[in-house]
Design a protein around this ligand. Structure first.
Ligand code: BG6
Length: 487
């Protein structure tokens, strides 16, 4: 078999999100974000968590600040990258990363409305300088699930159009201050999250059982799209070499049978959960299928003529997405009420992780082909990995994570095959470099890293870092531009 290789300029590395690994939640004048109020609950069956449980309704939100007693706030300590960055970046280099995707915490840069925090800017510059020294390219995400509390409390996040201006103010500071460190940007992490959890995706607090909730979610999403389009224009104005990516959580799904009825159901599911987002950020207009959906659901959005123009003018430069799993969709799945995190059903041909995420490397190739052929924009896979509850073997001083090697290997090979098919793909960042706090379950035990971090679900441990076998293997992948994947 021919050994495929990534091109020399291919970005190959790992990704993380500020709130999940930085820690230092009050340091250098940071204010609190919605992530800082998320708690870990050991009593919950974390393997059965679905999107609805990630929502934060008003009744819960109003009690968030009542008491901190007996609550565990894992995002507040993360894995303390904010202070340990020098050693961590050296380890990133050691495992062969030539690229690192991370986000910036809005609540560090603008801790209060109208206040710019130069201490945090200075600190981020120190961190980014280290990446530059190590020749690790940065991909910077402006917002990754950690809206400042002030934005949520005063504006109800992106439910309010004023959030657009607030986001622009923040983005302008970041784009100007960190201009020398990268040309690769991502606006919102997984913009499609807003239609699943408005709180996580758009900082919107919904009232429980409000019949208007769907309308509020889609309005918030629209406001985010307008903000994103304006940020694209701003990024190009600040530096003509800037490339701004749109990003979604890929929800690749297959029809559950070849019954044409199931194929149509799956098509509609894909349109609403995937295509819509790429469509708007690439072509800058709402497709007819979503307008039909709005009509059926009696959703009335406030979209001005000026905003329609903005969407057209601010299409993104590349399409990025996270890809962890695929699912199936059809009549039977609908009747059963769905079963995976994103609602789809089980595929008997696929194995799944301990958290029920169905592993589908070929699905990635299928998805990339479909996406590229539709929009003809470069692709970047900015998250992909497997979460496993694993322990460092102190006796042998090793963590043999063969399953992670197998997972990443099979996905990277399918990326190479997709590129051979003709897809333009500019990079891949695995989730993740260091073990960090899980987004959906707020635990440390769901570990994704190439590098083990000795911290448990309660924040206890030495915090020491050790390279897992997958990290050593990744170095070889990087050194050979992926050729060893085919040995
Ligand atoms: C992505 C998010 O959806 O999935 C990350 O962008 C998240 O923030 C990752 O950590 C893995 O999900 P989880 O819930 O296993 O941490």
């Amino acid at each position: 078999m021919e050994k495929l290789k990534f091109p020399d300029n291919f970005l190959l590395g790992a990704a993380a999100a500020a709130s999940q690994y930085e820690g230092a939640y009050k340091q250098d004048g940071k204010s609190l974000s919605i992530a800082d109020y998320k708690t870990y609950n050991p009593k919950v069956d974390r393997k059965k968590i679905n999107m609805n449980e990630i929502e934060c309704y008003e009744d819960v939100f109003l009690q968030l600040k009542d008491t901190e007693e007996n609550k565990i706030y894992p995002y507040r300590w993360g894995v303390d990258f904010y202070n340990k960055y020098e050693g961590d970046i050296k380890l990133f280099k050691k495992i062969g990363m030539n690229c690192f995707r991370t986000s910036i915490a809005w609540s560090r840069i603008i801790p209060e409305e109208g206040v710019i925090n130069y201490e945090a800017i200075k600190h981020y510059k120190k961190i980014f300088k280290k990446f530059k020294e190590q020749k690790i390219e940065l991909v910077l995400t402006l917002s990754h699930y950690d809206y400042p509390m002030w934005l949520v409390e005063k504006y109800n996040g992106f439910a309010n159009k004023d959030a657009i201006e607030k986001f622009l103010e923040y983005s302008e500071i970041v784009l100007r201050e960190f201009d020398e460190f990268t040309n690769y940007w991502i606006c919102f992490n997984e913009i499609n999250m807003t239609t699943h959890s408005a709180y996580t995706g758009a900082g919107v607090v919904l009232k429980r059982d409000n019949p208007k909730n769907k309308e509020i979610k889609y309005q918030a999403l629209h406001n985010q799209f307008v903000a994103q389009a304006l940020v694209v224009k701003l990024a190009h104005k600040i530096n003509k070499d800037n490339k701004m990516g749109g990003m979604i959580a890929a929800v690749n799904s297959y029809p559950s049978t070849c019954d044409p009825n199931d194929v149509i159901i799956n098509q509609e599911f894909s349109q609403i959960n995937n295509d819509l987002f790429f469509e708007i950020e690439s072509r800058g207009a709402y497709p007819k299928y979503i307008l039909n959906f709005f009509e059926q659901e009696n959703i009335k959005l406030n979209i001005s003529e000026e905003e329609k123009e903005i969407l057209k003018e601010g299409s993104v430069d590349y399409l990025s997405f996270s890809y962890y799993m695929s699912s199936v969709m059809g009549q039977e799945v609908l009747d059963k009420g769905g079963s995976t995190l994103f609602f789809g059903g089980k595929n008997p041909y696929l194995k799944e992780s301990d958290w029920g995420w169905q592993i589908d490397p070929i699905g990635l190739r299928i998805f990339m082909n479909r996406l590229y052929n539709c929009y003809q924009k470069p692709l970047m896979i900015v998250e992909n990995g497997i979460g496993v509850d694993e322990k460092w073997d102190d006796k042998e001083n090793i963590l043999k994570d063969d399953y992670r090697i197998e997972y990443i290997k099979s996905h990277l090979k399918n990326i190479q095959l997709a590129m051979q098919d003709g897809v333009e793909c500019i990079g891949y960042t695995a989730w993740t470099a260091l073990d960090l706090v899980s987004m959906s379950t707020k635990e440390m035990s769901k570990r994704y890293g190439f590098i083990y971090v000795d911290i448990d679900d309660f924040g206890k441990g030495t915090g020491d870092r050790k390279i897992k076998e997958s990290g050593k293997w990744f170095k070889k992948v990087s050194d050979t531009k992926g050729e060893i994947l085919w040995d």
